[in-house]
Design a protein around this ligand. Structure first.
Ligand code: CTP
Ligand code: MG
Length: 237
């Protein structure tokens, strides 16, 4: 029997507008290394076979010289350019994969992902259509209208916060993204994760794997303090 192959797409083409720093958040240095390094390193040491790094045109060379080559990340097979929205970046990453049975998508702005969780996702996706890492929400979530009045309070016990990695059969996720890009409503869609594309265009079940509250997405300045401390405590430096 042929070996099962799995590839990872690491997204690092965002501008990080909510962080309000001069450089995109994935390149901010924590303990002497850029945020993006930590996720790449975890995937390098996991059971994944290949890593596709998606970044902007301006930062391609920096990523290649100062992260991939500098830290000897051998699984990074190519660095491709992203697009203006996250889903454009994912699509470019998917197109860059030559052949793979499964694909994991991960935000380059989530440096605290651990190797065991990546391996669990790789195992899990082989027995499910798709699976994503998520945690039960801690806060009560309100659905609001344009004027900031509450419209609805969904039951908290049924709400989970989606993280990455998110994993799918490669051919199915590619099909989902291509179908989405041809959709008439494509321009007005607000897409912030991959499972939502798979849910809409493939319509197969997606399983939740309970993750860790520590696997934060660096988004606003206080997240950096948390990440810095965790990296220090886990001796990832
Ligand atoms: N991302 C990407 N291409 C984009 C937008 C986002 O590759 N066009 C990546 C980011 O680099 C990040 C991940 O997707 O690793 C999650 O996105 P988000 O946290 O929204 O990052 P940004 O879009 O960079 O931040 P902001 O929304 O605050 O501008
Ligand atoms: Mg964004």
């Amino acid at each position: 029997m042929e070996r099962i192959k799995s590839a990872a797409i690491i997204l690092a083409a965002g501008k990080g507008s909510r962080m309000e720093t001069d450089i995109p958040k994935q390149f901010i240095v924590i303990h002497n290394k850029p945020v993006l390094y930590y996720a790449l390193k975890a995937f390098e040491e996991s059971n994944i076979d290949e890593i596709i790094l998606v970044t902007s045109e301006e930062t391609k060379k920096y990523c290649s010289d100062n992260i991939v080559k500098k830290y000897g990340l051998k699984k990074v097979s190519c660095i491709v350019e992203g697009g203006s929205e996250r889903f454009h970046s994912v699509l470019n990453g998917l197109k860059a994969i030559d052949q793979s049975d499964y694909v994991l998508i991960h935000d380059g702005a989530r440096p605290l992902i651990d190797i065991e969780m990546i391996n669990e996702v790789i195992e899990y996706v082989q027995n499910s259509g798709g699976c994503i890492v998520a945690t039960p929400v801690k806060e009560t979530i309100k659905k609001i209208d344009n004027n900031h009045y509450i419209e609805e309070t969904p039951k908290r016990s049924s709400l989970w916060a989606a993280q990455t990695p998110q994993a799918f059969r490669y051919d199915e996720l590619l099909e989902a993204y291509i179908n989405m890009s041809k959709d008439k409503e494509f321009g007005s869609m607000e897409i912030t994760d991959d499972a939502s594309v798979y849910e809409k265009y493939i319509r197969k079940p997606v399983k939740i794997i309970e993750g860790s509250y520590g696997n934060i997405k660096i988004t606003t300045p206080e997240d950096l303090i948390f990440a810095e401390k965790v990296i220090e405590l886990l001796k990832k430096i």
